[in-house]
Every structure is written in structure tokens, then in C-alpha cells.
Design a protein around this ligand. Structure first.
Ligand SMILES: C[S@@+](CC[C@H](N)C(=O)[O-])C[C@H]1O[C@@H](n2cnc3c(N)ncnc32)[C@H](O)[C@@H]1O
Length: 282
């Protein structure tokens, strides 16, 4: 029964991926793909490697802030408490908050992520923290948050985390809508801790997303590799170049995959064909 359910869930995900590929790469407008598809098993491992790169200071900065201010952040939370985290990944930096809370009472930690491997690692690492029970939720942000919100006990307060500047993956108008949806799932007395990076010199920010070792390039190109594996597409990764750019207008770094020359890509499994012009990008 479990195997059948898992197969059914997998084919729904494949349908969704196929739909997003048609919508994002078909048509005559700019080509885009939702950033959540970056995080298959290999993508999640590559992201974890990125967090150790010398150029990527964001994770170390988040960790420093949380380690230094953990007691202060959790001081307002008395009584039964649940910590939920959107896009937790391995939850490495949340350890400091969980230790501070777990030292005072029992805490339930619900990491919410679409990456099963990241959640498994998170459970292994956070599970042994004293006073903390880990209940991973493998789901999209808002679906996962609704699940957590619906099963919590009446007097349990929620501390919701959204760290690592992940909010930057949303377009500004989508980000506003998303925060509104998060707000609708919280109750008075809950807390929402949002971690975002500050603007820095463009060269520093671009280097953080285009490191010398090429780990971020591999992370980005793996998106095409994933389409090859899951949709039997024939992307030739050598025909695309990873580029990181500072967008002054939106004050954000963007990652693109730029076609080195004009060519056509096919995915017979979903009867999809797309042409790329020279320098055309995703
Ligand atoms: C930039 S990483 C941040 C990880 C961690 N919070 C940190 O600060 O290092 C984004 C995380 O969000 C997850 N993610 C991306 N899109 C998601 C979605 N739509 N729903 C749930 N999780 C998502 C990814 O699997 C990944 O673990």
C-alpha cells in the first residue's frame, strides 16, 4: 500500500514538473523555472556544500546572529512551544534556538521542506538535542505550514522561522502575498523570524553565487540534469553557462543559465520541444 501511494505521489510531482516546464520554457516570453526544482537529492547536497564556501558568508552570518542572540529571541516564549521552519534544509543554524528553548521545556520542532534528504539529515542532527522532539514535514511551504498549524495543541505557541534569505527566491509581489498567507496561518502570540541578507558591494554578492570552485554553477546546472533524468529531456549541460548577476533595480542577485549557442532541446516523454537562441537564458 505504501509503495503504491508513493508511486502515485511521485507521478503527481512529475505531472507538476512537466506542467511547470511547459509553462516556464514554452511560449515566447522570458524562460523561467521555479527555484524549488533546484532541490532534488543532488541539488540539496550541493546547496549544503555551498553553505561552507568562503564566498558564501550568509549561513555563517545567520549562525553567528542566532548563536549570539538565541536566549534573547526565545525569551518571550513561555509555556508549550512549537518551532516550525519553512525551507529548513538540514536546520543546522536552528540548533542554537532549539538548544535555548529545549533547556527550559519540551519543544516540538517541525522542519518543513520539499527535500526528503535534507529532512532526514535534519532529524538525525536535531533529534538528539535535549528536550526537542523533531517532526519533519515533507511538503511545500504553505501546505506544510497548514498541516503544522492544524495539528498543534490549543495553548501551544508557534515560533516560525524563515531563514537564509530564502524569501529572495520570490518576486517582490509574490513575497508580499506569501507573507500574507503565512500571517493567515498564525495566531496572536506566535512569532515569525525572517532572516534576510543586507545589500553589499555587488562584487561580493555576485562572488557568493559564482564561486571559484564552481559549486554554485553545478547547483544551477543540476536543474537541467534533473529535467534530463525525470522528463527524459536531452539538455546538453555544456551548451549552457551559469551566470550570477546583480539586479540593481530589484536589489537582488539572480542566477541564470545562458545558452552558449542556438540549439533545440527535446523531451519526448512529455512531447515537448523548445528552441534556445544564442545567449537566450533561463
Ligand atoms: C536557500 S535553502 C535555505 C536552507 C536553510 N533554511 C538555510 O538557511 O540554510 C532553501 C531551502 O528551502 C527548500 N525549499 C525550496 N522551495 C521550497 C518550497 N516551495 N517548499 C518547501 N521547501 C522549499 C529547499 O529544499 C531548501 O532546503
Amino acid at each position: 500500500m505504501r509503495a503504491t501511494a508513493a508511486r502515485a505521489a511521485h507521478s503527481i510531482l512529475l505531472d507538476e514538473l512537466a506542467q511547470d516546464v511547459r509553462a516556464g520554457l514554452g511560449g515566447s516570453g522570458p524562460k523561467t523555472l521555479p527555484s524549488r526544482y533546484l532541490y532534488d537529492d543532488l541539488g540539496s547536497a550541493l546547496f549544503e556544500a555551498i553553505t561552507y564556501l568562503p564566498e558564501y558568508g550568509l549561513t555563517r552570518a545567520d549562525e553567528r546572529i542566532l548563536r549570539t542572540h538565541a536566549d534573547e529571541i526565545v525569551a518571550g516564549f513561555r509555556g508549550p512551544c512549537l518551532v516550525a521552519e519553512l525551507g529548513s534544509g538540514t536546520g543546522r543554524k536552528t540548533r542554537w534556538l532549539l538548544e535555548a528553548l529545549g533547556a527550559r521545556r519540551r519543544v516540538t520542532y517541525c522542519p518543513i521542506d520539499i527535500s526528503g534528504v535534507a529532512l532526514t539529515r535534519c532529524e538525525q542532527e536535531m533529534g538528539p538535542i535535549e528536550g526537542v522532539r523533531v517532526e519533519p514535514v515533507e511538503a511545500d511551504y504553505l501546505t506544510g505550514l497548514s498541516m503544522v498549524a492544524s495539528r498543534r495543541r490549543p495553548h501551544e505557541r508557534m515560533l516560525l522561522l524563515f531563514l537564509g534569505s530564502t524569501i529572495g527566491n520570490f518576486e517582490p509581489s509574490e513575497a508580499m502575498k506569501f507573507i500574507g498567507e503565512v500571517r493567515r496561518r498564525l495566531r496572536p502570540g506566535d512569532g515569525f523570524l525572517l532572516g534576510t541578507d543586507l545589500v553589499k558591494p555587488a562584487a561580493t554578492l555576485v562572488a557568493a553565487y559564482d564561486d571559484a570552485l564552481g559549486v554554485t554553477a553545478a547547483f544551477n546546472l543540476n536543474l537541467l540534469q534533473r529535467l534530463n533524468q525525470e522528463l527524459e529531456a536531452d539538455f546538453d549541460l555544456n551548451r549552457f553557462e551559469h551566470q550570477a548577476r546583480w539586479n540593481e533595480c530589484f536589489r537582488r542577485v539572480e542566477m541564470h543559465l545562458v545558452a552558449r549557442r542556438a540549439h533545440t532541446v527535446r523531451s519526448p516523454a512529455i512531447l515537448f520541444v523548445v528552441g534556445f537562441g544564442e545567449h537566450q537564458e533561463i
